[in-house]
Structures are given as structure tokens and as C-alpha cells.
Design a protein around this ligand. Structure first.
Ligand code: IDP
Ligand code: MG
Length: 135
């Protein structure tokens, strides 16, 4: 059974989309193993988004992600990493399939509501970062 790290980003929380998003994850057949609400520090975010540190949008990304509380979850299921990426939709909500979370609720490439790990390696790193001991 695979696990992935999902974050409902500050815009998703502020827009009160959490219930709908969690419903979509559960309706898909996945299980919420861990869940917590937390405002992420710039330090945690700099580890989480290490791969993007040289990108032009990085400063804006850290401002955005530390602007309010997030809902952070470990979600499990068969092939859940790929399955959640599909359910989340493309980074740019304009390109995301309309039935996906970003396709339904997103309208901006930065403020795109939700994060999901993109590989087994990143899921292990991210679960270790936000849920120490629960890898
Ligand atoms: P992902 O969240 O779909 O995996 P990544 O390329 O890993 O997308 O980018 C991480 C986050 O950085 C995105 O979810 C989004 O919030 C932001 N981002 C990505 N690309 C851009 C961009 O071109 N402009 C502004 N923000 C971006
Ligand atoms: Mg990514």
C-alpha cells in the first residue's frame, strides 16, 4: 500500500474547500491516515520546495504557502501517488481536467489549492518532514 503527502494550501483552506476536497479523496477510495492543520514555516517550506529554489516564482511561492494555515495529510491507497496527481490535475488550473480538484476549483497557477507528492522518493521525504516518525 502506497502513501502520499497531500497539502490543502492556504487558499484552499480560506475558501473553505477542505470538506469538498477530502470528500473527493475519500470518494476515490483512498484513506486519510494522518491529518493536521498548521501554518508552515519558511524553513519547512524551503525544505519542501528545495527543488524550486532557483525558480523565478520561488519567493512568491513561499509567501503564499506561509500566508495561512494548511491542512496536511498522509493519504494511502493502491498507486495513490499517481492517482492523487491525476485527481489534483495539472499545475496550471487552465490546463487541468475539469473533473480534477484544480480543474474544478482553481483559476491561478500559483494559488492552485492543493499539493500532492510526485514520486515515491518525494512522498517519503515529505511525510518525514511533516509527520516525523510516520514514514
Ligand atoms: P505541482 O504542485 O503541480 O507539482 P510544481 O511544478 O512542483 O507543481 O510547482 C510547485 C508549486 O509552485 C505549484 O503548485 C504552484 O503553486 C507554484 N508554481 C509552479 N509553477 C509556477 C509558475 O510558473 N508560476 C507561478 N507559480 C508556480
Ligand atoms: Mg511538484
Amino acid at each position: 500500500m502506497e502513501k502520499t503527502l497531500i497539502i490543502i494550501k492556504p487558499d484552499g483552506v480560506k475558501r473553505k474547500l477542505a470538506g469538498k476536497i477530502i470528500g473527493m479523496i475519500e470518494d476515490k477510495g483512498y484513506t486519510i491516515e494522518e491529518i493536521k492543520m498548521k501554518r508552515l514555516s519558511r524553513e519547512e517550506l524551503s525544505i519542501h520546495y528545495e527543488a524550486h529554489k532557483d525558480k523565478k516564482f520561488y519567493p512568491e511561492l513561499l509567501d503564499y504557502m506561509s500566508s495561512g494555515k494548511c491542512i496536511i495529510m498522509v493519504v494511502s491507497g493502491v498507486n495513490v501517488i499517481k492517482g492523487m496527481r491525476k485527481l489534483i490535475g495539472s499545475t496550471d488550473p487552465l490546463e487541468a481536467e475539469l473533473g480534477s480538484i484544480r480543474g474544478k476549483y482553481g483559476n491561478n497557477k500559483t494559488f492552485n489549492i492543493i499539493h500532492g507528492s510526485d514520486s515515491i522518493e518525494s512522498s517519503q521525504k515529505e511525510i518525514g518532514l511533516f509527520f516525523k516518525d510516520k514514514k
